[in-house]
Design a protein around this ligand. Structure first.
Ligand SMILES: Cc1cc2nc3c(=O)[nH]c(=O)nc-3n(C[C@H](O)[C@H](O)[C@H](O)COP(=O)(O)O)c2cc1C
Length: 493
């Protein structure tokens, strides 16, 4: 028998709820407060240049500095803060959701001296809303490069944190694409690139910080050529960052060289199932929706309007313009546990993405089962519906290798991010959730693997809207909300 792809091995070894041979996993103390990673990357000796804080849409579809500032802030910016009474530290909340609020994803801007940005490579500082120039050079049209710092999320999640890099990056890209769409700016998402060259361009080592995805913005094509080394000093992330060999191996297995890229993209172009595009919803402006968003921590068991489901799932399943899947296609299938949606009998369904409707799998009240599937979190069962974003990993990895695994996780992050935005646009709530891997596939009777879960429903409290750059909203009642959540979690046990 041939060896399974390293990505499939990684997936199996990082499942929740199934016996795992732990010898390949690092035995470490999760959430060690003395070794907590810093939430922001800080360069030593480099000065950040503030971006405009006037984030009103200018229209016209061009990418100037104001547009770039919008794209960056509404994808990664700090929108809320809270002072923790326990640790006496500030907690930063950002424009997108991130598991454990750990935000392992960094953004860089690469450009060629356009109206948007000075020629060169720049790092985005989400707290200061500023760009730090890292190197000069003409790289053609503007691109935003996403990288992931495994340790920042593995500090809590261990090896499973590698999945989180792609989920969180996907959630960020959902925002980025939504803002760009609203502003009439063209985008293209690129996952097929020469990893080591991009790492070199950004001045990261490709191990403690991994290039994840590139989003080209605007109509001008990037022109990237070989560059010299650049020495960048960065503040240590934590006293003793821990390395996870399984993450490094899985990532290396998916690395492409320049010569591999065309064949990989060609293979990806033939992959996926057709999906209908979501129609642009009427409603509040996207920036308002993003500031309103904050993962719903407690949901009320109420019946939600049908539109919350149909519009949400159409948004989640919509195609992404990119190089990792065929045009108008998706790598995902969305299975849904419906609990309380007007005109939809409770039960397990599969979403038919091409027709934008539901196909019943089995009917029944599954609130308890769904709560169980989502690691016994009440949110899973209290939702109006819980969507399980799945992918046929055998097919995807069979065609695209270990890099296909990245693509499936990433697209699931985009789906969850889009679903969450759709829910908040409709005045309701949503949150990403973790899950018992095998149990999800069994419940829906699918051989696809669950990539990520989103619970959508009626919030049991009013969310405080986030703020613009330099004016993050101070959350005053956050600790009470988390205490309520913690009581609820204990009761559920
Ligand atoms: C991939 C992913 C998984 C998540 N899993 C859970 C979860 O299992 N339970 C939960 O309560 N929240 C979960 N969340 C929500 C995060 O806890 C939340 O995004 C984070 O605390 C930041 O808060 P905010 O979204 O309000 O900015 C998840 C978010 C993401 C993106």
């Amino acid at each position: 028998m041939s060896e399974p792809d390293p990505a499939l091995t990684f997936h199996r070894l990082t499942r929740h709820g199934s016996p795992v041979d732990r010898w390949r996993l690092v035995d470490f103390r999760s959430l060690d407060p003395a070794n907590r990673p810093a939430p922001f990357k800080r360069y030593v000796g480099l000065e950040a240049r503030p971006l405009t804080r006037d984030l009103r849409a200018t229209g016209g579809g061009g990418v100037d500095e104001a547009e770039l500032a919008r794209l960056l802030f509404f994808s990664a910016g700090v929108t809320r803060v809270t002072n923790s009474s326990v640790l006496d530290t500030r907690t930063y909340f950002r424009a997108t959701m991130s598991a454990g609020n750990l935000h392992p994803v960094e953004l860089y801007v690469v450009g060629g001296g356009t109206a948007a940005v000075a020629a060169g490579v720049h790092h985005y500082d989400p707290l200061g809303h500023a760009l730090t120039p890292l190197r000069e050079g003409d790289f053609g049209g503007t691109s935003i490069v996403l990288t992931g710092i495994p340790w920042r999320t593995a500090w809590k999640y261990g090896e499973r944190g590698y999945r989180h890099l792609y989920w969180d990056a996907g959630a960020m890209v959902a925002n980025l694409l939504a803002v760009a769409d609203a502003d009439g700016v063209a985008t293209r998402v690129v996952l097929g690139f020469a990893d080591d060259e991009i790492a070199h361009l950004l001045g990261v080592d490709g191990t403690t910080e991994l290039p994840l995805a590139i989003v080209m913005v605007g109509d001008e094509a990037p022109q990237w050529s070989a560059v010299d080394d650049v020495a960048l000093a960065v503040q240590p992330i934590s006293p003793h960052p821990i390395e996870f060999p399984l993450i490094a191996e899985t990532h290396r297995a998916g690395v492409l060289t320049r010569g591999d890229v065309v064949a990989w993209r060609d293979a990806a172009a033939g992959l996926g199932v057709p999906t209908a595009g979501a129609t642009a919803p009427d409603g509040p402006r996207i920036e308002e929706v993003i500031l309103r968003r904050g993962s719903t921590r407690i949901m009320r068991r109420e019946t939600a309007p049908r539109e919350l489901l149909t519009r949400g799932l159409a948004a989640a399943a919509g195609p992404v313009t990119g190089d990792f899947v065929g045009n108008g296609r998706t790598l995902l299938e969305h299975n849904v546990a419906v609990h309380g949606v007007e005109g939809v009998p409770p039960g397990a369904y599969s979403w038919r993405a091409d027709r934008r409707d539901l196909q019943a799998l089995h009917l029944g009240d599954y609130r308890d089962e769904t709560e169980l599937l989502t690691l016994r979190q009440p949110l899973g069962g209290d939702s109006a519906y819980t969507a399980f974003h799945c992918a046929d990993l055998t097919a995807v990895v069979g065609t695209l290798g270990a890099r296909g695994y990245r693509a499936a996780q990433f697209e699931a992050g985009i789906a969850a991010g889009r679903l969450s935005l759709a829910a908040f646009a409709l005045g309701q709530g949503a949150t990403g959730l973790t899950f018992f891997d095998e149990a999800v596939s069994q419940f829906f009777g699918t051989h696809s693997a669950c990539m990520l879960v989103t619970a959508v429903g009626v919030p049991d409290y009013r969310n405080t809207a986030g703020g613009l750059p330099g004016a993050a909203t101070e959350l005053t009642r956050y600790s009470q909300l988390m205490e309520r959540l913690s009581r609820q979690l204990h009761q559920a046990r």
